[in-house]
Design a protein around this ligand. Sequence first.
Ligand code: DX5
Ligand code: ZN
Length: 216
Amino acid sequence: MLIAPSILSADFAKLGEEVEAITKGGADWIHIDVMDGHFVPNITIGPCVVGAIRSHTNLHFDTHLMIDHPERYVPQFLKAGSDRICFHLEAAQDPAATLEKIHEGGAKTGIALKPGTPVEKVYPYLDKTDMVLIMTVEPGFGGQKFMADMMDKVKAIKEKCPQMLIQIDGGVNLETIGAAARAGVDVCVAGTAVFGKTDYAAAIHELKEKAHEALL
Ligand code: DX5
Ligand code: ZN
């Protein structure tokens, strides 16, 4: 199981240090939550912050765009140093074209589904995207409760496309990561479960241990 701490739960007053700390603590990816106050009722950061933290780690920048018209901002997030750009199916005018634009820029892709979006909606894009992101909370905020019924979507995709990389995002912690591992999740985003702890390395290690134990 890969762990992608979400910097939304980090101390924004010292983001560079926080990114260095989770890198040292064994994070696999850095999950960057971009929100525009339109697609979700919250506003966070933009490409300039991605660029500012890029030099603080070599880890994979997993950029989660919770914004309207994501296709308009792909070039800026590529330039800022995103290794992967995930956008919401619900926000994309032309998902296939957006996937292509991200790939042309040399980055990996992800298509994200809100909890209310049926999993079948992503099926036409399974041969075009590198990853599917199944939201396990309503996008917009960290610290929400895990929606366990979303594991049915994970199983459905795994069955239809066994080699597809699947990420879940929202409410992942020591109590919920076991169900995710058993459903076939490959990457777990964890915000409060990491940044809410004092020892980031221990938090990441314990999450990985729990995921491993669930598969024994
Ligand atoms: C929510 C974000 C998530 C969130 C995860 O809209 O996409 O990445 O920050 O935070 P936790 O792990 O605390 O639910
Ligand atoms: Zn996210």
